[in-house]
Structure formats: structure tokens, C-alpha cells
Design a protein around this ligand. Structure first.
Ligand code: SF4
Length: 53
């Protein structure tokens, strides 16, 4: 898998400024198939490292 830089430090897949998931799913914020900028996307593979956070 390609290196994916990530700064979401409370994700269970985050370590040392990188994502360590085998695969990630990125979708648009509105559920459509297109968006105009990075703010319109989100990583749906994110899972909190601790569920009580
Ligand atoms: S799953 Fe998404 S939010 Fe979590 S470390 Fe990977 S890229 Fe970042």
C-alpha cells in the first residue's frame, strides 16, 4: 500500500504520522461521487483508538 500521511492521532490505525491500515476508504462528505476540494472528502476507515474518547 502507498504511504498515507495522516495526522489523526486518535485513530486506531495512526502511528508516527502515517496510516497503517491495509486499505482505507475515502468518500465525499455529502455521499455523492464527486467533490471540488479536499474539504469535501473524509476517511471512513477512521476508528477511535479508544471507544470512550
Ligand atoms: S484510517 Fe484514516 S484517519 Fe485513520 S490513520 Fe488511516 S487515514 Fe488516518
Amino acid at each position: 500500500m502507498a504511504d498515507i500521511k495522516c495526522t489523526v492521532s486518535n485513530c486506531v490505525y495512526y502511528r508516527d504520522l502515517k496510516c497503517h491500515a491495509d486499505m482505507i476508504e475515502v468518500n465525499t462528505m455529502d455521499g455523492g461521487m464527486e467533490c471540488n476540494n479536499s474539504e469535501g472528502t473524509c476517511c471512513d476507515t477512521f476508528r477511535p483508538a479508544r471507544e470512550d474518547k
